[in-house]
Ligand binder design. Structure first.
Ligand SMILES: [Zn+2]
Length: 425
């Protein structure tokens, strides 16, 4: 049993914002009561959350754990350790491992490794096509039996509208979301950043915003054709957001996520340092402004990190030769507080929603604080100053543009299945 006492409880599902004590009994929430009113024995282990926020466990629905196949960059053990330090209790790992998670035996391998070595829950995402090659539909039904929560060919888009139609048709019958890395590969070919004044100044090949939004348009129309649940990953462009907003107004089951780096940084921040290289690339100032509006008005469903570790040997090379992607777990909450809450852009409740009920709903699940619900909690501070030192990261990789950044507020304790998986010293 574990008691979280004296905290300010924020639950987006019930819109609760009140002082509460929460008693966890193994894997489930046993009791929630006003402070000091719980009936518990003296022997119970407790966390004093005075001055802190207690929320349902955060979900990161877009991460790369690199196992199997690229264990020099990350493993399920190290990745979930970093996730716990970031306040996440559930992570959804993308299938672009080596081999690709395109069949039930790989899915089972990930589920088993996560049970044995994971610090937090791992919900795998299966490939949409065999090998994510964009030719034939993967064995989605068998992967679903083995535990996947969605399908995606992330790293690249589903190769054609025809294949997207087949995949969405099939996933609609399973009520499984299709997560799209929307990118027109012909417009993006050869590009290493966003096309614009910044790319011209740096002399680096850029891709236009339309590289994303052209594919979003295709995907939304195929979602309309099939009635499937479509989720746009790491949405970065104003024009893409407008299409998601329109699709929602039409009653289509279209959702999207935004990453902390896209709501924090823009193309003008890019230097020749490969820690600023990710896909989609950092966007224009007006795109970031649109994302902030979408985060506030409900168009954006979730904040997801796209945690993408690359070992230093791969990433510490010239900008145009480096792989795309940056670390995300440990700085996500600090950035959300800084850019969204402390800046007055969104309420604290809305931020909690974007980390909990939002991603859960995309995946057809619930996330709430109630008796019998999973004993997953994220405890965080709104004001504790701390500086991110990537050398101390639990990740095996070091590719963060936020190294050395000082934050106001961040994770203090993470509880998964009733166990303390992270606690700030
Ligand atoms: Zn992607």
């Amino acid at each position: 049993m574990l008691l979280i006492k004296n905290g300010r409880v924020l639950d987006a599902a019930s819109q609760t914002d009140a002082p509460r004590d929460i008693l966890l009994d193994g894997e489930h929430i046993a009791e929630i009561a006003p402070q000091g009113k719980l009936t518990h024995g003296d022997s119970v282990q407790s966390i004093d959350a005075s001055g802190l926020i207690v929320a349902p466990g955060f979900i990161d629905m877009h991460v790369h754990l690199r196992e199997p196949g690229q264990e020099n960059s990350e493993t399920i053990e190290t990745g979930t350790h970093a996730a716990a330090r970031g306040g996440f209790t559930v992570v959804c790992c993308m299938p672009n491992t080596k081999p690709v998670n395109d069949n039930a035996s790989i899915t089972r391998f990930i589920v088993d490794r996560a049970k044995a070595f994971g610090h937090v829950h791992v919900w795998p995402i299966g490939a949409a096509s065999v090998g994510s090659k964009g030719e034939a539909i993967a064995d989605i039904g068998a992967m679903r039996e083995a535990g996947i929560v969605a399908v995606s060919d992330d790293g690249k888009p589903i190769a054609s509208a025809k294949l997207a139609r087949q995949i969405m048709d099939y996933c609609r019958t399973l009520e499984l979301p299709v997560i799209e890395h929307s990118e027109d590969v012909s417009l993006a070919a050869g590009a290493v950043m966003r096309e614009g004044i910044a790319s011209t100044r740096l002399g680096l090949p850029g891709m236009p915003a339309a590289a994303e939004s052209v594919c979003v348009a295709r995907d939304v129309q195929v979602a309309e054709l099939t009635g499937a649940r479509l989720h746009i990953a790491h949405l970065s462009a104003k024009a893409s957001l407008a299409q998601v907003r329109f699709a929602k107004q039409q009653g289509l089951r279209v959702t999207c996520e935004v990453t902390p780096h896209h709501f924090t940084l823009i193309d003008e921040d890019v230097t020749y340092d490969s820690r600023f290289k990710m896909n989609p690339p950092l966007a224009a100032r007006e795109d970031r402004e649109a994302l902030l509006e979408g985060l506030a008005d409900g168009t954006v469903d979730a904040i997801a990190t796209d945690h993408a570790p690359h070992e230093p040997a791969l990433k510490d090379v010239e900008f145009d030769k480096a792989p795309f992607g940056i670390l995300g777990f440990e700085t996500a909450l600090g950035l959300a507080l800084e850019q969204l809450v402390h800046s007055g852009r969104i309420s604290l409740m809305r931020m909690v929603e974007l980390f909990t009920t939002g991603p859960a709903a995309v995946l057809g699940k619930e996330r709430k604080l109630a008796i019998g619900e999973p004993a997953d909690l994220t405890v965080f501070s709104l004001d504790r100053p701390w500086t991110y030192d990537v050398k101390e990261s639990a990740s095996k990789s070091r590719n963060s543009p936020f190294d050395g950044h000082t934050f106001k507020g961040g994770p203090v304790a993470t509880i998964a299945s009733g166990k303390i998986v992270y606690k700030h010293a």
